[in-house]
Design a protein around this ligand. Structure first.
Ligand SMILES: [Zn+2]
Length: 311
């Protein structure tokens, strides 16, 4: 989606974190690098993931969410380079969000949270941490290799924007909504945490009809619900809307992302065969279907993935 050029952004909803271990100031800093095997992953809710086998990376701890064996080169994700600026003062307007990935995240977080705040009286805002390389979280240390995630223990979303490059390599078309969908999905997990269903993923972590898959498809659906209402979102009553109306082309773009992160698609690429018994997020077709269910209904109540056929 396109941000309105003059829309005001609220940078207080994001903060920077991590930085490839370069932030050693106050002690307690974590070592730079440190392969995925050395990472403690407790309960992360990822945009993609699961036990992909192959790759050999070995999942740290074999926790419920499963560390990914999605071993792309750490250098590619900016473990050392890039870095994240310590503030987001360059993200003031919608024009900034249309130009810059950090600012796109800021503006998307603003819109997603404005939607949930207006749609659900019990919604409580959650910060997004934009990091580079590695980051300490309430769920343990993590690095970019796991992709964007939500940590229910500190109730924050984490993203290294270099993931958007990875998403394109996985098949997304690189359009703005293919990226914004990721944020919508992760905030879907925050909503699930607030309403108490998120734990179902851990109770039943794997398989085509598992609690994990149902949780993930619901988060996709919630992303679609947000998109349906996104053009009406604004920071305050006095503010103009943050976003222009969504276009069909942008919806198609989101669908390329949903397809790219489907378990069957990733398994096919990583291990050369599809093993539904290891699914944690659902197939490409399911992820697209539930995103569209949310978008077409615009109703969170339509996102009931816990009863009936997942499609
Ligand atoms: Zn997820």
């Amino acid at each position: 989606m396109t941000f309105k050029e003059n829309a005001r952004l609220d940078t207080s909803q994001v903060r920077s974190g991590g930085g490839g271990g370069r932030r050693s100031g106050g002690g307690g800093g974590m070592a730079a690098g440190g392969g995925i095997g050395g990472i403690i992953l407790l309960v992360l809710y990822l945009i993609f993931g699961g036990n992909l086998g192959g790759g050999g990376g070995g999942a740290g701890g074999g926790g419920a969410a499963g560390a990914d064996s999605w071993n792309f080169n750490a250098a590619e994700v900016g473990a050392e380079g890039e870095g994240v600026s310590d503030d987001f003062s360059h993200c003031q307007t919608g024009a900034d969000a249309n130009e810059n990935r950090d600012c796109l995240v800021v503006g998307t977080v603003n819109s997603v949270q404005a939607f949930w705040t207006s749609a659900w009286s019990e919604y409580q805002p959650a910060q997004t941490v934009i990091f580079s390389g590695t980051v300490q979280t309430g769920c343990g240390a993590a690095n970019s290799q796991v992709g964007p995630f939500y940590c229910p223990l500190d109730e924050q979303v984490y993203i290294d924007v270099s993931f958007f490059d990875q998403l394109e390599q996985m098949g997304a078309d690189g359009g703005s909504l293919s990226q914004m969908y990721v944020i919508g999905h992760e905030y879907g997990h925050h909503v699930q945490n607030l309403n108490g269903v998120l734990g179902r993923a851990q109770q039943d972590p794997q398989g085509p009809e598992s609690g994990a898959v149902r949780i993930e498809l619901q988060a996709d659906c919630y992303a679609g619900v947000w998109v349906a209402h996104a053009d009406g979102t604004r920071l305050g009553q006095e503010d103009q809307a943050i976003l222009e109306p969504v276009t069909q082309k942008q919806i198609d773009s989101a669908l390329t992302a949903a397809e790219a992160v489907g378990d069957d698609r990733i398994q096919e690429q990583m291990q050369g065969r599809v093993t539904p018994e290891n699914w944690t997020h659902g197939s490409s077709e399911q992820r697209q279907k539930w995103f569209m269910t949310g978008y077409e209904s615009g109703d969170p109540n339509a996102c009931n993935t816990f009863t009936g056929d997942l499609g």
